[in-house]
Design a protein around this ligand. Structure first.
Ligand code: NAI
Length: 326
């Protein structure tokens, strides 16, 4: 089975090479380019494509893939909002994903964002390097005793609940589909009004697109902390900027951004950033943005590679598919 691997990053290749070592029937050809209308031709002659979060697998791309004989899309991530599933089904292309590689990796990254924003360790690091030991401006707050609202309590949300429980935080959960014994389940409005910290862990879909908008900010406590490590479009970025300007939003931690496909996973340091909304967000002192690295641990990369190759083997050997999206 020949796999065309798009959006390759150097750091993931060794994990995939280790994983296919035991499976000589699988061959991977690595392309640095993202999969899109222009690059779909590269997939000609392969059996499958392997894609990541910012590859654009829209209907037109799928049409091209089908013409080139592709029968499988292997997502090396959990989310599948970037794939047109209807088009894939219409062309009889299987879509498989890695549903859970390390929920703890993302949950721990959320806590890193929360603690950095609250305790300002990023500022302290720079100050101490300049022999500046002044504590003014570094005043933080305890997580202990705070109310933390988790929107979406699947694998990552639950891992975060468990960590926050250890901090002694009061955890509120809003998830219309979850049945949890240990944590208080509430409706969205109550969570928005009661929480000191809000963290988003639901998938991006029609119902959750711009879930956090002006109306949601109006319901929140003044000075609330908001963390988004799920998908950028769960937040309306302009509403965030307004809420930051009025100080309604006291802290914002992002690992994802609505227009991230133009920016993330590449070095743009020699270019002028043309995204005014992103530039404005970065300019706030109480905003911390990381470039979609919540998943980025050794354990997670290893699991992503192993599960993706396992998915390919199931296709190749026509076995029942464990992780089929369609
Ligand atoms: P999951 O599928 O285990 O959990 C999602 C939960 O959201 C489910 O319990 C579902 O019932 C709930 N949900 C659905 N609609 C909702 C709504 N309208 N309101 C509240 N809850 C709702 O997914 P998992 O693995 O926990 O991942 C969550 C998200 O994290 C993914 O969709 C993905 O976008 C993102 N992610 C980000 C990563 C990163 O590196 N930053 C890495 C992996 C995932």
């Amino acid at each position: 089975m020949n796999i065309a691997f798009f959006s390759t990053q150097k750091y993931e290749q060794p994990f995939f090479e280790r994983s296919i070592n035991k499976h000589p029937q699988i061959e991977i050809c690595y392309f640095e380019q993202a999969l899109n209308e222009q690059t779909a031709l590269l997939a000609k002659g392969f059996d499958a494509v392997c894609v990541f979060v910012n590859d654009t697998v829209i209907a037109l791309v799928i049409e091209h893939l089908a013409e080139h004989g592709i029968n499988t899309i292997l997502l090396r991530c959990a989310g599948f909002n970037n794939v047109d599933l209807v088009a894939a089904k219409a062309h009889n292309i299987k879509v498989l994903r890695v549903p859970a590689y390390s929920p703890e990796a993302v949950a721990e990254h959320c806590v890193a964002l929360m603690l950095t924003l609250s305790r300002k360790t990023h500022k302290a690091y720079n100050r101490v390097r300049e022999d500046n030991f002044d504590l003014n401006g570094l005043l933080g707050f305890n997580l202990h005793g705070k109310t933390v609202g988790i929107i979406g309590c699947g694998k990552i949300g639950l891992a975060l609940c468990n960590i926050l429980n250890g901090f002694g935080a009061h955890v509120l959960v809003c998830d219309p589909y979850a049945t949890l014994g240990n944590y208080t389940i509430t409706d969205l409005d109550s969570l928005l009004t009661q929480s000191d910290i809000i963290s988003l862990h639901c998938p991006l879909n029609e119902q959750t697109h711009h879930l956090i908008n002006d109306d949601a900010f109006n319901k929140m406590k003044p000075g609330v902390m908001l963390i988004n490590t799920s998908r950028g479009a769960l937040l309306n970025s302009k509403a965030c900027i307004n809420a930051l300007k009025t100080k309604k939003l006291g802290y914002l931690g992002l690992d994802v951004y609505e227009q991230e496909s133009e920016l993330f996973f590449k070095n743009h340091s020699d270019e002028i950033n043309q995204d005014d909304i992103f530039s404005r967000l970065v300019s706030f002192k109480n905003v911390l943005i990381t470039g979609h690295q919540g998943f980025f641990t050794q354990e997670a990369l290893s699991e992503i590679a192993n599960t993706t190759i396992q998915n390919a083997i199931e296709i190749n050997e026509q076995r029942p598919l464990t992780n089929e999206v369609l």
